[in-house]
Design a protein around this ligand. Structure first.
Ligand code: PBG
Length: 334
């Protein structure tokens, strides 16, 4: 029907009407809140490039988790900064590793039972060189400096890390390293250890992105040489992202994570159309920091811009969102 019989503005007249016909909703239970754990006690150190985000000792992280749970947030994603780094990333799979300690403390606290505790599985925070896998020094010198990030030898350490985190009580393990075959290696290791009920959330679609910059300050995980382009995907390749997802599902991933979010909404949408598994998206550090920078300048209205950014990610097809705004958003939605 044509105008004037059709007037699309009729359903926009009041907030009650707008709410009734809203097609996409945000709710706190679909938000995952990342935490960065550090050794010590009473540590709460703000990250320079991420206002409102902190390095937290385990006791402080538990407090942060309590307030997240009280706000109805769905879960936590845990990262760790170990006391010492080495070539074998031993801080990542140590029985008393910093994230393992954090998981145990959270699992002893009944007031955070509503939170799904997700442990990021990667080596970059734990290796002295900051790469996500084992580095061999005899790579091709014509290709950026004579080093190689080894694939197959890294799998064992990734699987060991995942097993250790699951054994400590993580509800989900989430590999973010982008080595080929890691989901299969992790599944096999978990099953062999009797951890067959621990799901794998694979960062299946992870692009080599400038938007991870502030995270590398937060997690102290910048590569000491080279970059991550030999293992993370080229931002130009949405079809390759579909192959990555397909591969991870074949290897046993239970759910997938898309990352970054806002610069890759088309890829999230394509994944939603094509795959019938739960799909999350990670609004990464740079997405958070650029909005915070604009808020600090008074250039954008914080609450509306934050919620609109999250809505765009939901609309593209993400069922849940990992975001540093989780608490602020939950308060705003409250
Ligand atoms: C670890 C990892 C990274 C992020 C999540 N897991 C950093 C990277 O790949 O360099 C980035 C998250 C963010 O930017 O908020 N591999």
């Amino acid at each position: 029907m044509e105008f004037p019989a059709t007037r699309l503005r009729r359903l926009r007249r009041t907030e009650a009407l707008r709410s009734l016909v809203r097609e996409t909703r945000l709710e706190p239970s679909a938000l995952i809140y990342p935490l960065f754990l550090v050794p010590g006690e009473g540590v709460r150190r703000e990250i320079g490039s991420m206002p409102g985000v902190f390095n937290l000792s385990v006791d402080e992280a538990v407090k942060e988790a309590e307030s997240a749970a009280a706000l109805g947030i769905g879960g936590l994603l845990l990262f760790g900064l170990p006391a010492e780094k080495d070539e074998q990333a031993s801080g990542g799979w140590a029985e008393d590793g910093i994230v393992q300690q954090g998981i145990r403390a959270l699992k002893q606290n009944r007031s955070v039972d509503s939170l799904v505790v997700i442990a990021d599985v990667c080596l970059c925070e734990y290796t002295s060189h900051g790469h996500c896998g084992i580095v061999s020094r005899d790579g091709d010198p014509s290709n950026g400096g004579g080093y190689e990030i080894e694939n197959d030898s890294s799998l064992e350490l990734l699987a060991r890390t995942a097993r250790s985190l699951a054994a400590a009580g993580a509800d989900i393990v989430a590999p973010s390293d982008m080595m080929d075959g890691r989901v299969g290696a992790i599944r096999e290791e978990l099953d062999a250890a009797g951890l067959d009920q621990t799901p794998i959330l694979s960062y299946a679609s992870k692009f080599a992105s400038a938007f991870y910059g502030p995270f590398r300050e937060a997690a102290d995980s910048s590569p000491q040489f080279g970059d991550r382009r030999s293992y993370q995907m080229d931002g130009a390749n949405p079809r390759e992202a579909m192959r990555e997802i397909e591969q991870d599902l074949v290897e046993g991933a239970d759910m997938i994570l898309m990352k970054p979010a806002m610069p890759y909404l088309d890829v999230i949408h394509a994944a939603r159309e094509r795959f019938d598994v739960p799909i999350g998206a990670y609004q990464v550090s740079g997405e958070y920091s650029m909005l915070q920078a604009a808020f600090a300048q008074g250039w954008l209205e914080p609450q509306r811009a934050m919620l609109e950014s999250l809505l765009s990610i939901r609309r593209a097809g993400a069922g849940f969102i990992v975001t540093y705004f989780a608490k602020e958003a939950a308060k705003a939605l409250g």
